[in-house]
Design a protein around this ligand. Structure first.
Ligand code: G6P
Length: 495
């Protein structure tokens, strides 16, 4: 668990993220309706919650739940979590125009594709940029209000590239600003296509500490600063940038998951769960199961994966009726045409494969897009023989780590794209694929399905050790310890 000592020495925490940790909605009851709160299923929010409670911090986020406004006070604040009310959640209301321009527009139709190498997909619409700037200003103002001279402000992700500089200019030097960038940072050759390159870099250089998942993204970022900002001084050895009299340290912190929690959920899923799951989804008891779990995003390589599975069934007919591919998909950003197109493409691929190879007793691909509870998800991970992670570009890919953490019997095989950040840590023991190389990918699925149990066990034990030791709490401790160290240095230099 996170060491309270580290946290308390950095002062109160102000977290700034686009998504909020809790949302409120209305639920119909016999006498009208009541407000219920939904809790995060896992990940960063669940990990940060205890830290927030300990420091009585403030979490600033976009209020997008239907009943959010009804539970917040005149300052748009509500104390969370409901039972202990230990910290403040400050909700910012955005107009439809702001959501369209800032979230759907600049964040997800410009920065998202740009950072994942999709320069041709980025849509530089002036209105998006205007609203992105405006919303960053709104978040910056709320942050300035919440932060004190000993606060630690922690920005999350690509929704807030501009706010750090705006905050830096308004708060005391001693307020520590840090940012974690959860997606990839592209090389200069990609980033240079962005007309707003200078503003984005200058914004991020308002931070004292800027974190990425892997070294390569740090290096890419420093290269971009080097090329785009003439007055920036870069210390490549010290991983530091000095710009406009301020120093930003850039460092890699590979994010982990709450491995213990995944393991516990997985342990609670027994054999009966699995036979019921198979029955419910029309999978015969002896059929081998290959699984994929993704947010429906074009970076995840879902169509490429289906192509590879189809290629396997086509070239190795002995696998027909022997193996089933289960795709769990979470719909995402569905108002954006590229995401709608992807949904259609995935559906069409699945229908094609099922029509082409399916028999009365066997459906090659099972698609699940309804919500499944954490226990069920972890059970699906646990009992699946193989997991396919075929991202064409991915900052980290936490699903690959969740699959590993759920392998309490050490008998699953992870097939992992070398284009995911997780590959840096897990590539040694996973089976490697290039998602675009369909033939080799199909062969690798077969290798995974036929792997000798000892080899499988050794690899999975090593993977579990890696994922278990570099978990979410180790990641947070590392970040907080680095912040603490930099802050001490800063005080020593100023004094
Ligand atoms: C990625 C981003 C997160 C984001 C998540 C879900 O993992 O790095 O910041 O929250 O996708 O996307 P959404 O647009 O639904 O928040």
């Amino acid at each position: 668990e996170t060491d309270g000592g580290i946290v308390s020495s950095v002062g109160d925490l102000v977290v700034v993220s686009n998504r909020q940790p809790y949302t409120h909605s209305y639920e119909a009851t016999d006498d009208g309706r009541e407000i219920t709160v939904s809790r995060p299923a896992g990940g960063l929010t669940a990990g940060l919650d205890p830290v927030m409670q300990e420091t009585d911090g403030t979490w600033i986020a976009w209020g997008d739940g239907e009943a959010d406004a009804d539970v917040t006070d005149e300052n748009d604040e509500v104390r969370m979590p409901p039972e202990s009310e230990a910290y403040t959640l400050r909700r910012l209301w955005l107009t439809d125009e702001e959501v369209e321009g800032y979230y759907y527009g600049y964040s997800n139709r410009v920065l998202w594709p740009l950072c994942h190498g999709g320069t041709m997909k980025a849509e530089y619409v002036e209105r998006y940029w205007q609203r992105y700037q405006q919303v960053n200003r709104t978040f910056a103002d709320a942050t300035i209000e919440a932060a004190s001279e000993d606060s630690l402000v922690w920005f999350q992700d690509y929704h807030f590239t501009l706010a750090p500089r705006q905050v830096r200019e308004a708060v005391p030097d001693s307020t520590f600003l840090m940012h974690f960038w959860h997606i990839t940072w592209p090389g200069w050759d990609t980033f240079r296509s962005c007309p707003n390159q200078e503003a984005l870099l200058k914004g991020l250089l308002g931070n004292d500490l800027l974190g990425f998942h892997v070294e390569r993204y740090c290096k890419n970022f420093l290269d971009c600063v080097d090329e785009a900002l003439e007055d920036a001084f870069i210390d490549y050895d010290g991983n530091r940038v000095n710009y406009d009299g301020h120093t930003t340290t850039v460092r890699a912190f590979p994010m982990g998951i709450d491995a213990d929690s995944i393991r516990e959920h997985s342990e609670s899923a027994d054999e009966a769960f699995w036979s019921e799951f198979k029955t419910d989804h029309g999978i015969e008891p002896d059929t081998r199961v290959v699984v994929g779990v993704d947010r429906l995003d074009y970076t995840k390589g879902i169509v490429e994966r289906l192509d590879a599975f189809e290629r396997l069934l086509e070239t190795r007919p002995e696998w027909r009726e022997e193996v089933c591919y289960v795709q769990k998909a979470n719909e995402s950003r569905s108002l954006i045409p590229d995401y709608q197109d992807l949904q259609t493409e995935v559906q069409e691929s699945i229908e094609r494969i099922n029509e082409r190879f399916g028999t009365d007793d066997w459906q090659p691909v099972v698609y699940i897009n309804e919500f499944i509870a954490q226990d069920e998800l972890c059970g699906l991970y646990r009992y699946s023989d193989v997991m396919l992670v075929s991202a064409v570009r991915d900052g980290m890919n936490l699903v690959s780590k969740e699959y590993v953490a759920a392998q309490v019997d050490d008998d699953g095989v992870l097939v992992l794209s070398d284009q995911a950040g997780a590959y840096e840590e897990l590539g040694e023991w996973a089976l490697t694929i290039n998602p675009y190389d369909t033939d080799a990918f199909a062969e690798t699925i077969e290798t995974a399905l036929t792997m000798d149990p000892d080899d499988r066990g050794d690899r999975m034990a090593a993977l579990r050790e890696q994922v278990g030791s570099q978990d979410l709490f180790a990641w947070m401790d590392d970040i907080f310890a680095t912040a603490d160290e930099l802050r001490e240095k800063k005080v020593a230099n100023d004094g």
